[in-house]
Design a protein around this ligand. Structure first.
Ligand SMILES: N[C@@H](CCC[C@H](N)C(=O)O)C(=O)O
Length: 270
């Protein structure tokens, strides 16, 4: 089986063509492991219609992946599966629309849809929206705001997002009992009215170099609280570069994707 490795700002994925007979939860764990491709996630590409099937490295399914869908878009062009520069992609979170901006180096814009703060979409054990809610952790209290944009996200506003990488707050919030299906956690530092810096602890993975849906959630929350310009695109600074998040109701994410390498991988029963 041919396995390709791609990344979006360092958030990396193995990409394969869909084979319905495969056990994706265990295959994603196997391929993403350090001994094999050492990636954050797994993408299977389904054709007619185009669909992204996404798993985290721990074998859990996720409804969407922002960096992953840009890699998916580059893969379908690289493989000649798609020839047009704008096309829809089905995901568990609904249809996303891709507009390729440049082929080399690759960059595209994804219409990520509309965010919701509804607690049902967050699988949260509360009837109220989670807006500036204080929750108790083992040694501290933290104020969180949560929304769904492709997947479940929680935003924590901080003075120094990089300092959070040394703490276990991200992991504790991710597994907090308020969230029945866990949550991705974004630490957001406001730089000025058009730029923010984000570091994300991802459900099913841990700290990653970038999280596309997390950047969207971070901008949505920063705009809701009037911390950045409501009407401008916002630049999100990540470890390996930036993502541009725009739109006031429908959210658009623009950023790069890179091919790393491809390799034949022998499955036990092949
Ligand atoms: N890295 C992704 C998000 C991947 C899914 C997430 N870990 C989840 O379980 O919801 C992104 O770029 O959006």
């Amino acid at each position: 089986m041919k396995v390709s490795k791609y990344n979006g700002l360092g958030n990396d994925f193995v990409v394969i063509k869909d084979k319905v007979s495969l056990d994706y939860p265990s295959l994603s764990k196997e391929l993403c492991s350090e001994e094999n491709f050492d990636t954050d996630g797994f993408i299977s590409v389904k054709e007619n219609p185009l669909e992204m099937i996404f798993y985290n490295k721990d074998g859990s399914r996720a409804s969407m992946c922002g960096n992953g869908i840009r890699c998916f878009a580059k893969y379908v062009l690289d493989e000649g599966i798609e020839e047009k520069l704008s096309f829809p992609v089905q995901t568990l979170a609904g249809e996303m629309f891709i507009q390729v901006q440049e082929k080399e180096p690759f960059s595209c814009t994804v219409n990520m849809g509309v965010a919701t703060f509804s607690p049902e979409k967050l699988f949260a054990k509360t009837d109220e929206e989670i807006i500036k809610k204080t929750i108790q952790l083992s040694n501290s209290e933290v104020e969180i705001t949560s929304c769904f944009i492709g997947t479940i996200h929680t935003v924590v506003l901080v003075e120094d997002a990089l300092a959070e990488l040394e703490k276990n707050t991200g992991e504790e919030i991710c597994h907090h009992p308020l969230f029945e299906q866990q949550t991705n956690v974004n630490f957001v530092q406001i730089l000025n009215e058009k730029e923010i810096l984000v570091r994300t602890f991802e459900r099913g993975v841990g700290w990653t170099l970038a999280c596309g849906t997390g950047c969207c959630a971070s901008v949505i929350v920063a705009k809701r609280f009037g911390l950045v310009d409501k009407h401008s695109p916002i630049t999100v600074h990540l470890e390996k570069g930036t993502l541009e998040i725009s739109g006031e109701k429908e959210i658009y994410m623009t950023g790069p994707a890179e091919f790393e390498y491809e390799k034949e991988y022998k499955l036990p029963n092949e």
